[in-house]
Design a protein around this ligand. Sequence first.
Ligand SMILES: Cc1ncc(COP(=O)(O)O)c(C=O)c1O
Length: 388
Amino acid sequence: MGQTSIKPADRAALLGFSDIVKIRNRVLEMKAGGARVLQLEGGEPFINTPDFVKQAMVRALEENQTRYAASSGIAPLLEAIRAKLARKNRIEVSTQDIIVTAGGAHGLFCSFQACVNPGDEVIFFAPYWTPIKDHVSYAGGVPIHVPWPEVRGKSDITEALNARLTKKTRVIYVNTPANPTGDVLTPAQLESIARFATANNLTVISDEAYEDLLYEGDHISIASFPGMFERTFSVYTLSKSFAMTGWRVGYIVADKPFMEFLRKLVLVSVNGVSTPSQFAAAAAVGHPAGFFDPIREEYRKRRDLLVRGLNDAGFRCPAPAGAFYLFPDVRERLGADSWKAMETLLAKTKISSVPGIVLGPEGEGHLRMSFSISVEVLEEAVAALKTL
Ligand SMILES: Cc1ncc(COP(=O)(O)O)c(C=O)c1O
């Protein structure tokens, strides 16, 4: 290519490229070269998309539901979401307060764009899902971390939040159950966040991607607390709950002033989500009662298997309360440098993982491993850990 003076826009510098994707590409290269890799670095549900969801897509195609849909979402999906929000999340809204997005990532992108002004400080718990810092930076915001260990086990977490409060604090991002630590915020912790947000007039972005994967108790949505709906973007995705990562369907629930902006953002960015995917999503959201019970037990079995294997191998690894990741402290066995620890583990055991530092400086000395994988592979990983 010849040299030209053509350059991308300056805001390209605001975005990083996911290190998790770099690791995935490396693993795929190794596999293409014939190597066996025990892939624990991913973020995919281990189950397949349920048949009743696939059949709804087939029906939609047969009925030629293949044209532009209403840009905020098709009516049957919006109604299924409204009923689910009332039933599960205790958020009572009308379909006007809901907008369908191209997955959770798009929902988060639109939410951060809709409420962060340049220079605004955005508080979130760390380590965090890597794209969050990009969403904050790309909106012109300044990331402010609260380390998870500072709030873990405490019921009133106001002190940790107040310590980060400045005149520029505008938004708090909350992710429960959390990627990568599996932390689940308790009702008392959520209440302190709600009080903190109200007292300081903050907007809340509540990322509930793992709402159906809790191993104890029920999921609680912060927007269900009195006075919180008005200041909260509740962001959901079908990716993890229904093993629909490739279908790209999610949704946001928010009050009118936010929703007006969100409608414009969705329109200008994707002009509505794939129509057949939305018909499939309506079937998923209207799933039969008890749908998640056996799935959750399968996840729990996998969690317990890998937690035991890691602890037996000398890693310090608590059992997470939600989501499908483990976040062991590997310092004693593999050293404090998590990139090196990831490489050593891969070379010696063929287990791929994500270095904790990729998920924020607070993650150093840890690795993220997904237990959302077949029991056979997990058993192989546990056996390999014994040889370390
Ligand atoms: C915390 C969290 N939020 C949101 C998402 C977005 O998922 P998707 O864009 O597939 O809906 C993910 C995916 O890994 C996640 O871990």
